[in-house]
Design a protein around this ligand. Structure first.
Ligand code: FES
Ligand code: FES
Length: 163
């Protein structure tokens, strides 16, 4: 059975005709061609599908699409600035070797975004907890943690300069 849902996607109001049993990840990738969020395990265990719903990170592979009605969804594509400028978290991942194959990266970037929105300068333990739901088969996590730490510092410095 199909239903019409309305929600905000990366800052724009959208309407979608969706099969009621679908998960958010499928609709993002197949309905909106937003392929940043990946399907790894499909079972809530790897974090590759992470997006933000009302600012909180969720596993979109397990998030029923009908729950999205009236909410605000942000995907990694929604983090790009003017002229497709990378978000500071993405820049830091590039600069500090936080990316190898890149499969886990969009999900980790979204969890890092949720973390830094809540705690602008988290310590290492808090960063590790913030990405605790993500599996990365390549990096060994050290560079990812370092990338998030440096992004936090840069964003805090930028905030001070702008204030
Ligand atoms: S694909 Fe969603 S948690 Fe692995
Ligand atoms: S960079 Fe390859 S899975 Fe994380």
């Amino acid at each position: 059975m199909k239903k019409t849902i309305r929600f905000v996607l990366n800052g724009y109001e959208v309407t979608a005709e969706v099969a009621a049993h679908k998960m958010l990840l499928e609709v993002l990738r197949e309905g909106f061609q937003l392929t940043g969020a990946k399907e790894g395990c499909g079972q809530g265990e790897c974090g590759a599908c992470t997006v933000l719903v009302d600012g909180l990170s969720v596993n979109s592979c397990l998030y029923p699409i009908l729950e999205v009605e009236g909410r605000s969804v942000t995907t990694v594509e929604g983090l790009l600035g003017e002229g497709n400028r990378l978000h500071p978290i993405q820049e830091a991942m590039v600069e500090n070797g936080g990316i190898q194959c890149g499969f886990c990266t969009p999900g980790i970037v979204m969890s890092a975004k949720a973390l830094l929105d809540e705690i602008p300068l988290p310590d290492e333990a808090r960063i590790r907890r913030g990405i605790g739901g993500h599996l990365c088969r390549c990096t060994g996590y050290v560079q990812i943690v370092e990338s998030i730490r440096r992004a936090a510092e840069k964003m805090a410095a930028q905030g001070e300069r702008d204030s």
